[in-house]
Design a protein around this ligand. Sequence first.
Ligand SMILES: [Zn+2]
Length: 272
Amino acid sequence: MGKITQHPISNNQKNFVLRRLIAALVLFIGTGLLVIFTNFPSSAVLNQSYKCRDIPCNVSTNYSLGKTFIQKAHPLPPTLAQWEDKTNSGDYFSQVTSTQVGYFVWSQFPIRVKVETPKAISDKQAQAWVNSVLQAVQEWSVYLPLVVVEQPEVADITIVRKAPPLQLSPDGKKPRARSAQTTYELYINNNILKHRFTILLSPSQTGEYLLAAARHELGHALGIWGHSQLQTDALYFSQVRKPPSISVRDVNTLKRVYEQSTSLGWSVSAIK
Ligand SMILES: [Zn+2]
């Protein structure tokens, strides 16, 4: 069993942290960027970061005991069945994680999306926020049927303007802010295994960055549980200055996800 121990920070360490902070600040001012791009010191850290920037690194569930799950593919939704990539752009399906319940495939359409109206800001700002998020919903609805619902109880995906909890860096020492987070929950309804997502979009995101964050997180919630390594894809692991729209590779990847087997949407039987 792991045990959490806390080490007091020595003055040397404090100085080191301070120096790093100043160095980071100088870099930021030096480049004059409006968006702070994460500065990865090594590829090892980068590898871990692109997997779990805004989605959990370790996918586990509590449903593995006492239940057996069948795993099989659902028929492709017509929107994806019709999708054809004539440009041969490829995909990043190899970066998409399967879970204990298989791939995150929706099988009941339309997928119900609730966009929570923010309360802490003016009506005008709240409307602008909702409109940006709705645009991202609109963009994805070309590839999967989505419907916006008013009641939170019936939502498959809930999108909220709220800062995600601080995340510890891969070395486990310094907490860092995230621009967005998507988490999932499994539940059983009428003996069918189901999933739902909550997307948190940080209030720090506005304008085209808000739209880009909503587009990216929706991609996760629709089934792309992983990140692209090309910055021309909406599911690229980091924020970029000119956010791309949904790419051919994004849709190719989504289609491959929907061809995979899953336990979601199928009935659950208890082990006797
Ligand atoms: Zn992501």
